[in-house]
Design a protein around this ligand. Structure first.
Ligand code: SF4
Length: 373
């Protein structure tokens, strides 16, 4: 099985915290989309005949595309590759793009899952974030998506906002969970360099939330979603059984995927490749005017470290045997240390983070990294 990712690099507005690649000018949209279809045709052989278990339209804002534009990608893919009968086909969507007609169009072209970028139900928060939608649109979009007949759907929420307390976060979760969604992603706000938020922090206009508040909100979120039967199958992702995101899970499990579009990444199990994060240079490159991608071969140690970084974030953990004999030898003491701290457990041959360890996932993974030089 493989995955296919399309990066749609356009947004209506720039969100204050966002460091993904996108443009707010749609002037090059048709040109870039045509280049993406060309890239798909050129690179489909990289799947080596593997059937697609998932297709993901991410961005950017894929819901800016009409159902007809989306269908050109799906029809092209169907003509070039095998798609599994139960493949998950997801579109990331912003609430202001949702209408009954749009949802029917998406279902008609084969979309099976909608991921709604809600982020907050508070008007003043959405305005501060620079989101294109308002709180009323969030609620209406959720109701429409819930009743549109997709196999699954999910929403994104952000916690750890400046000045956010447990009362506000609890209110956000309550509003979300009363809609009975089968899946929820809850991300902690991070201040990425080269974002408007970073500038606001540097100039002292914004005081970011502190580690203690973020940890308290993280743990509160876990407790609240567990009450309604959502399983934390990845640090930031919660789903009912049968609704875990196939596409993202395949990233975390090291399954190969092909990424199409500006800034899209691909991984074939050994090599990682990434396209230029610039729409014009990308489209010109696909047309033959210059290289539009870079790639690197991962060493065995780098591959182990990637498995640790992503696999430890999941409820399945990492299969120790798959990391090789040298891993155990190098890390015997570190593993014992984290077992003693009750931050890691060893179960059925897998290293798995305990509830306590989930607070320190990245640090534990990097402490277990194999030397790369
Ligand atoms: S809509 Fe999404 S991709 Fe676009 S700027 Fe906002 S967070 Fe970034």
């Amino acid at each position: 099985m493989s995955g296919l990712y399309f990066h749609i690099p356009f947004c209506r507005k720039a969100c204050v915290y966002c460091d993904f690649h996108f443009s707010t000018s749609l002037a090059t949209k048709d040109w870039v989309l045509a280049a993406m279809r060309t890239e798909l045709r050129t690179r489909i052989a990289e799947l080596k005949g593997a059937a697609l278990g998932s297709i993901y339209f991410g961005g950017g804002t894929p819901s800016l595309l009409s159902p007809k534009e989306l269908s050109t990608f799906l029809d092209e893919t169907r003509s070039l590759a095998r798609i599994e009968a139960d493949a998950e086909i997801t579109i990331e969507a912003n609430p202001d793009d949702i209408s009954a007609a749009v949802l029917a169009g998406w279902r008609g072209v084969g979309i099976t899952r909608v991921s709604l970028g809600i982020q907050s139900f508070r008007e003043e928060r959405l305005q501060w974030m620079g989101r294109a939608h308002n709180a009323e649109q969030s609620l209406r979009a959720i109701e429409q998506v819930a009743n549109a007949g997709f196999s699954s759907w999910t929403i994104d929420l952000i916690y750890g906002l400046p000045g956010m307390d447990l009362t506000e976060w609890d209110e956000q979760l309550t509003i979300a969970l009363e809609h009975g969604m089968p899946h929820l992603s809850a991300y902690c706000l991070t201040v990425e360099t080269r974002t408007a938020l970073h500038k606001q922090v540097l100039t002292g206009r914004i005081v970011p939330s502190n580690d203690e508040d973020q940890a308290a909100q993280f743990e509160h979120g876990i407790a609240r979603v567990a009450e309604v039967g959502l399983v934390q199958y990845e640090i930031s992702n919660f789903g009912k059984r049968g609704h875990f995101a196939k596409h993202n899970t395949s990233y975390w499990q090291g399954i190969p995927y092909l990424g199409i579009g500006p800034s899209a990444h691909s991984y074939d199990g050994v090599e990682r490749r990434w396209n230029v994060a610039n729409n014009v240079r990308y489209a010109l490159g696909v047309e033959g005017s210059g290289l539009f991608w870079e790639k690197e071969s991962l060493t065995p140690a780098q591959r182990i470290n990637e498995r640790l970084l992503t696999g430890l974030r999941t409820m399945w953990g990492v299969d120790i045997a798959s990391l090789g004999e040298a891993f155990r030898k190098v890390n015997a003491k570190t593993i014992q240390h984290y077992l003693a701290l009750n931050e890691l457990e060893e179960r059925n041959g897998h290293l798995i983070l305990t509830p306590k360890g989930k607070n320190f996932a990245d640090r534990i993974a990097s402490d277990l990294f194999m030397p790369t030089t």
